[in-house]
Design a protein around this ligand. Structure first.
Ligand SMILES: O=P(O)(O)OC[C@H]1O[C@](O)(CO)[C@@H](O)[C@@H]1O
Length: 254
């Protein structure tokens, strides 16, 4: 794992965006895995401000709530259109269908799609309980795209997007941990104190299904971009090395 610890959330987002921009440059085709939630919103603004050319890029999203049609204001389809796709045209974009009549069939379709196109770089966030995408604690490490029951802590963490907790879906379709691990490269961004415990376990605990993000330790190409708060539960030496790496990242691009 390559770990960078930026001084602010904005600097962390800038690092992650710059990494993605550099990977896209000069490519004829590229498959970019995208995430939802609050963390990537600042980065998607950078795509827009920079008018980043994504006309050669195919995107695949990690997850979608079951029961929400693409045009539902709280669906991840809608989130991606509003935060990115309405302003930054992609060659094509794929998000699981939350309104599929047969969710299990949709998981098989989506898994086959993601495997067939192959993800060059997967952007990830991380939940407070260590979930990545909607792979909640206890999810098998070899899980493929599947229907998942959302934990109460995850529903609570996402209720801010809904009028009430009762409106937060209880199930989602999510890429599995094995699906995500199949990406050639992974960039995970975490900011804020709320993520500090999950980040500590992701990096410093023995891989366990109780902290799904620990599986990333076994991936050959993972960059973890943190702000100081999200890194605050990691070992002091790791924080110091990460801070130097972030400073170096900016200095060589100044
Ligand atoms: O970036 P946020 O809003 O903290 O979300 C963290 C994680 O939780 C999810 O939104 C799922 O609840 C993931 O998609 C995301 O990576």
């Amino acid at each position: 794992m390559n770990i960078l610890v930026a001084n602010t959330p904005q600097d962390a987002e800038q690092i992650a965006y710059t990494l993605i921009k550099e990977r896209l440059a000069g490519k004829r085709e590229f498959v970019l895995g995208l995430a939802t939630g609050s963390t990537p919103v600042g980065m998607y603004k950078m795509f827009k401000q920079d008018r980043l050319d994504c006309s050669h890029v195919t995107s695949v999203n990690l997850d979608e709530y079951i029961g929400l049609a693409p045009d539902h204001p709280q669906s991840y389809h809608h989130f991606m259109e509003e935060k990115l796709f309405d302003d930054v045209p992609f060659k094509e974009s794929h998000v699981p269908r939350g309104d599929a009549p047969d969710p299990e069939q949709e998981t098989a379709r989506y898994e086959a799609l993601v495997r067939s196109i192959g993800v060059d770089l997967q952007l990830l966030g991380i939940g407070e309980n260590g979930h990545i995408a909607f792979n909640e604690p206890g999810t098998a490490l070899d899980a493929k795209t599947h229907v998942t029951e959302l934990t109460e802590s995850t529903r609570e963490a996402n209720r801010r997007f809904f009028d009430s907790i009762d409106e937060v879906p209880t199930q989602a379709i999510t890429m599995g941990l094995d699906t995500i691990m199949n990406a050639r490269e992974i960039v995970l961004v975490a900011t804020g104190t709320r993520k500090a415990e999950a980040v500590h376990h992701m990096i410093e605990s023995v891989p366990t299904i109780e902290w799904p993000a620990t599986i990333l330790q076994a991936h050959p190409s993972v960059t973890v971009v943190l702000d100081k708060e999200a890194a605050s539960r990691c070992a002091e030496a790791l924080q110091a090395r990460g801070n130097e790496a972030a400073a170096r990242f900016f200095s060589i691009r100044a």
